[in-house]
Structures are given as C-alpha cells and as structure tokens.
Design a protein around this ligand. Sequence first.
Ligand code: TRP
Length: 363
Amino acid sequence: MGKIMLTGDRPTGRLHIGHYVGSLRRRVELQNSGEFEKIFIMIADAQALTDNFENPEKIRQNIIEVALDYLSAGLDPSKSNIFIQSMIPELTELTFYYANLVTVSRLQRNPTVKSEIQLRNFETSIPVGFFTYPISQASDITAFKADTVPVGEDQLPMIEQTREIVRKFGQTYREGILVEPNALLSSNTACLRLPGTDGQAKMSKSLGNCIYLADTEKDVKKKIMGMYTDPLHIHIEDPGHLEGNPVFTYLEAFSKPEHFAEFLPDYANLDELKEHYTRGGLGDGTVKKFLNNVMQTELAPLRARRAEYEKDIYGVYEILKNGTEVAREEAAKTLAEVKAAMKIDYFTDNALIASHAEKYNNK
Ligand code: TRP
C-alpha cells in the first residue's frame, strides 16, 4: 500500500512564515518527492468554527486566502487534493461514532486543548464543539487512512489522541480498517515555533507580529528592519546575544550557504555570522539587511505564483471543488467500512435481513 499524507490548517487568517517553515514548506517537498500515493490538504473550516462559531464570515472569507497561500507555496493540485472540511459530511459522521471511544477526562488532559481553553478564557464555559475537536481531527486523519501527518509541534497531542482512537476502534470493532498516523515534525528547531517579529514566542495575528506569505516585498522589508533584536547590543562593538533574538531564529529557519555566497560573502555560513555577532563588532542593521535578502529570495517564487492564481479565482474555486470531490469519495469508503465494523450497515447486510426473516419463519 502506498503512503498517504494528510494535513490541514484552520482558515482563521492568512498563513504566515511560521506556518510556512513549520509545515507548509515540508508538505511541498513531500509532495514533490513522489513518495506518496495520495495527498490530502484540508482547509479545516469546521474546526475553525469550533472557536469562531460567532464569526462565520471570517472563516468564509479566509478559505480563498488559505487556498491562495497553499497554491503560492507550491502545492500542486495535480498532485495534492486540496479540499474543504465542512463539505465532507462523512467526517462529521465519523466524529459522532468516534466520540464513543473517548472519555471526557482524556480530552481534558489533551495539552493543546488545555492551553487553548486558557488562551480563550473558556475555563468556566467550554463549548462542547470546541472541547471535542480532537475527535473530529481524528476523523480528518483516519477517513483518508493517512499514515503521515506533517504538522507543527502543537499538533502532536492530536496525533497521539488519533492513534489511541484507532487502537480503541481496532480492539472494540475490527482491526485493519483504520491506520495509526505518524506526525512528521521539522528537524530544524527554529522551524518548530517561529517567534514573532517582536520576539514574542509565537507569531500570531492578534499580536501583530507576523510576516504573511502574501506580504509585499516592501512590507516584508519594513517588518524585518523593524524587528526586535538583542536589547543589550547597544553599540556595534558590544557582544550580541542569540537567545531570544528572532533575527537569528529566522536565519536558522531560512538561510542557506548559497545566500551567504550571494549576499554576505565575508561569511561562509550562519555559524560564522553568529560567531562574529556574539564576539561583538557586527551591527544589527547588517544582519537584518541580510535576513531581508534571504527572505525576499525565498518568498519571491511564492509571490509570483500567487499573482498568477489571483488572476483566476474561478479556477481556484474549481481546484477546491475537484479536490473536495475526490476527498469525499475516499472518506465515504472509510465510513462504509467503519459502519460495517460497527454493525450499522442494516440495509447492505443481506445475511442480517435473511436471519431475521428466518427468525420469524418467513418463507
Ligand atoms: N488543528 C490544525 C490546526 O490548528 C488543523 C487541522 C484540522 C489538522 N484537522 C487536521 C491538521 C488534521 C492535521 C491533520 O491548524
């Protein structure tokens, strides 16, 4: 059996470079590796509604933004099925059945759910839909029998919970239908959680510290030149610090030796640059200018592809529609197997009907 990849994002806003290095860039590499028989990339609108149910217009407007971000990053609709979660009712149905296999206390222990509850001040009144979204995420993954789920670090508890549901389903009903997925994390620690331009631990729209994939060249430059650095590095000759310095974290995530050759040939690689910075004598402006060159080089192909797709929004909706159709067929197959294993396939099980007929002495 060939490998199957599935992953997705909540359409609550445009995607930023944290999404890009955390997962999107990897997905594109995996897509182009030829290793996968099937690839599903999901715009998780139903999940986004679990904590944005009062704001459906926001989700609706961001579907196209996320789709454009995907396509501009290099996801290729001839290789990857890009689809919209809510258009596949089979996923909701699976969620209802999987809910029987999960306890409330297990959900309460999910670290990502826990921290999101705090973040949203849900403590005293947690919406049930939000509370159970890990179960829905298990449906997203298992409906496609995905074995590989490239995600950011915060999604590990979801994959673990999915694996538990798969095992429980196997023990309770039938082995061999659902597949235990594996998370695929970036091996570059800078990519696991890219800080904001202000040095805050997380890039987030509400903090206003994001660089978006759709930002113009000018915007990107302005954001980079205004980035937080080492507050103790006042004079050029002062020794600089790398910890908590987002400029260097971004360089870890984006720079390659060929960028040094092209833009900063005095240094062979990032280690040499870091060494000079910590020794003192290297100004933040020089480092930021280099980072800007690196980022512009990396983002230019994305911008070019985005410009093409932006000219054909009808075509982008067609891509979503086709991807959704293919995904729905796949999910329907799995749901049929799940229902058969759960003995809720009354009309297709002729043996069942015949046995009841016999019980009542039908001729
Ligand atoms: N929870 C993911 C996020 O916050 C989105 C998502 C929904 C997802 N279903 C998924 C990711 C299934 C991977 C697999 O962005």
